[in-house]
Write a protein that binds this ligand. Structure first.
Ligand code: CO
Length: 660
């Protein structure tokens, strides 16, 4: 046993004497846990059954919000993100709430203007947020300035993160060495951080590196140090223990059903491991067990179909091999699969470190992991021997311009020059704090959304997510009906689905049928996999099924939108929603089609029918994997047709426009 951790008493009782210096624990089940395991699909109604019990444990905080939850809730769950905060706060009265804030990116994927950033933090604090775990993907703390000012003004806890990144298998190399982390910690201290978090989003921190970093940071500051890691590579529990030996103040865990795989270490083994030491958590393991029982019975059955059970292994050694976040790799695999190019995965692995280096050796965390990942896929799929970076995403252009901040090392000048050719903000990159060059956004958003935003919270939803946010507000206020796939799954439906799977396994799926009933609007489609075989099963609940209350169906909404409103979940694990690709529209004769090179959602058409365009002019902005791609005219001519509008989901090879 190390010098720092010593046995005090061996007492298993819940009322055992408090340890000298108990390790504090933040629970992540309600945010990063389901974000990591279930594509962020956790619903508020499934947190409520255990919320009060969680409040009794003695957690330092519960992470309940932020990260991808804001996006997923309004886009896929038809839930008002603000409402979750207010609802949970009614059940959790003692334990502070923590959120993951992407600094100037807030809960989105780009830097927002200062007025929006200030409004967002102010509203989050007002709605019940206590601790703002703040990170910047580039570790450029100029992106903290605006949000930190408001966090402090609202009287809340500012936790500053250092995104943990590597270029070598272990700590070291010429960018991310011990000095780098100590320097970043000092910078956070200077900004007035109330705690400092080493944010190991990919689960790459090795136990002895965790020890070295925590120890070195503890030597230069009195500010509490917090370790956030993921289990992905299998090292996190060992890293926790070494960090605890080095004096870490707070660690992150999940309740067992939300733990392991790409999520986090479980709380229960930690409680037992520290029991009777001077770092004993003091938690009552029986109370934790009671929570798990409720979760297993009432909650997990609704989510297990979202879990990636394609492999037996619960760890992903690709993280150790490629130093890239597990979630990013599975996104890449999904993206390649959608584009029928899964055979290119090895090329993607090879190209990835090259692209990352050329883009400034940036840490790989949302959104930079997507930016580097999608650009790599684009390079592998579209580059030719004569030309690299043939299709550069809007986000890479922004990165090259300096809109995300300062990269760890300079961006490759050739790539930068190519990316900024014709860039609307200018071809010369900026060096100032990125938000300095952003126009205020709130007033413009208010003009655009008008009365559909009933209050400031609605307005912020729209300002952050103009396309899907507007759709959500239309569902919320009954302007259009919410599609069936955003509705909650009931335990009853789960039971029916499980019975079907059992039947399929027993070879009894095909039964003599009585008269086939009409399908109702509540029908849900499930992909059921049995021993490598695939069944597409529709489940239509009968009896006292309660449709979601939030979306009344006005008669006017019978006119369905042109394309299926449900985008196939892009960054998601296999989800319940079937792929809702719109049917390819008819091709207009006598023109050259502009086809979708990948499935995605139309952000906007940048030209009108009748406009004259030159080859290479932008015609349509297509969002794929949350990255915007500007699709250029394939030839000179007149825009004869634009087949989709803002918000439409399109399959690969859909004819988006016709130029002739
Ligand atoms: Co995380």
């Amino acid at each position: 046993m190390s010098d720092q951790v010593k046995m005090t008493a061996m007492n298993y009782d819940a009322d055992r004497p408090a340890a000298e210096n108990p390790v504090k624990v933040m629970d992540l089940s309600f945010r990063d846990g389901h974000q990591s395991l279930f594509a962020t699909r956790g619903r508020t109604e499934d947190m409520i059954p255990v919320a009060e019990m969680m409040d009794e444990i003695g957690f330092w905080a519960l992470e309940t919000w932020g990260g991808a939850t804001f996006d997923t809730m309004h886009r896929f769950l038809n839930e008002d993100p603000w409402e979750r905060l207010r609802t949970l706060k009614r059940y959790v009265k003692k334990t502070p709430f923590s959120m993951l804030l992407r600094a100037q990116n807030l809960v989105g994927y780009r830097n927002y203007a200062d007025d929006l950033a200030t409004a967002f933090v102010e509203r989050a604090a007002e709605n019940g947020m206590d601790i703002f775990r703040t990170f910047d993907a580039l570790n450029d703390y100029r992106n903290f300035e605006t949000v930190v000012k408001q966090i402090k003004k609202s009287g809340k806890h500012f936790q500053g993160c250092i995104c943990y990144s590597l270029t070598e298998p272990r700590l070291g190399g010429d960018v991310y060495d011990l000095k780098y982390y100590v320097d970043r910690a000092k910078a956070l201290d200077d900004m007035g951080a109330d705690s400092i978090c080493i944010k190991d989003m990919a689960g790459m921190i090795a136990p002895y590196d965790a020890y070295a970093i925590v120890k070195a940071i503890k030597e230069v500051t009195k500010t509490p140090v917090h370790l956030h890691s993921h289990f992905t590579s299998g090292m996190a529990q060992m890293s926790h223990l070494k960090a605890i030996e080095a004096g870490v103040d707070i660690v992150d865990t999940c309740m067992t059903p939300y733990a392991f795989r790409t999520a986090h270490p479980a709380i229960e083994p930690l409680v037992m491991a520290l029991l009777g030491t001077n770092r004993d958590t003091g938690f009552d393991i029986k109370k934790l067990a009671e929570i798990n029982e409720v979760l297993e019975k009432e909650v997990m059955p609704k989510y297990k179909h979202l879990m990636d059970d394609s492999k037996c292994s619960i760890i992903d050694i690709n993280v150790l091999l490629h130093q890239t976040p597990g979630g990013m790799l599975s996104n890449l695999v999904n993206q390649l699969r959608e584009m029928d190019a899964l055979d290119k995965i090895d090329q993607v692995y090879k190209e990835l470190p090259i692209v990352r280096k050329e883009l400034g050796q940036i840490p790989l965390v949302t959104p930079t992991s997507q930016i580097v990942g999608i650009q790599t896929v684009n390079n592998v799929l579209f580059d030719t021997p004569e030309e690299r970076y043939k299709m550069i995403t809007a986000q890479v252009k922004d990165l090259c311009y300096g809109l995300y901040g300062k990269t760890a090392v300079p961006i490759d000048p050739e790539v930068q020059k190519k990316a900024l050719k014709g860039y609307p903000r200018g071809e010369e990159p900026i060096t100032c704090r990125p938000a300095e060059v952003l126009e205020p956004e709130m007033e413009k958003a208010k003009q655009e959304i008008g009365d559909l935003a009933k209050d400031i919270d609605d307005l912020v939803i729209y300002a952050l997510y103009p396309v899907t946010g507007k759709k959500f507000l239309e569902w919320k206020y009954g302007v259009t009906p919410a599609p069936p796939e955003v509705k909650a799954l009931t335990l009853d439906e789960v039971k029916k689905r499980d019975e079907l799977i059992a039947k399929a396994k027993a070879g009894k799926l095909i039964e003599p049928k009585a008269a086939t009933p009409e399908k109702s609007e509540n029908v849900r489609t499930f992909n059921v996999f049995v021993d490598g075989e695939f069944f597409n099963v529709e489940v239509d609940p009968i009896g006292d099924f309660q449709p979601m209350a939030a979306a009344p169906r006005p008669a006017a909404a019978a006119a369905a939108p042109k394309a299926a409103p449900a985008a196939a979940p892009k960054a998601a694990a296999p989800a319940a929603a079937p792929k809702a690709a719109a049917p390819a529209p008819a091709v207009v004769e006598g023109g050259t089609p502009l086809m979708a090179p990948m499935p995605g959602m139309i952000i906007k058409n940048v030209v009108n029918v009748g406009d004259t365009v030159k080859v290479g002019d932008p015609v349509v902005i297509l969002e794929a994997m949350k990255m915007e791609n500007s699709l250029a005219a394939p030839c000179d001519g007149e825009v004869k047709a634009l087949n989709y509008g803002t918000g439409d989901s399109v399959p690969k090879d859909a004819v988006l426009a016709v130029i002739g």
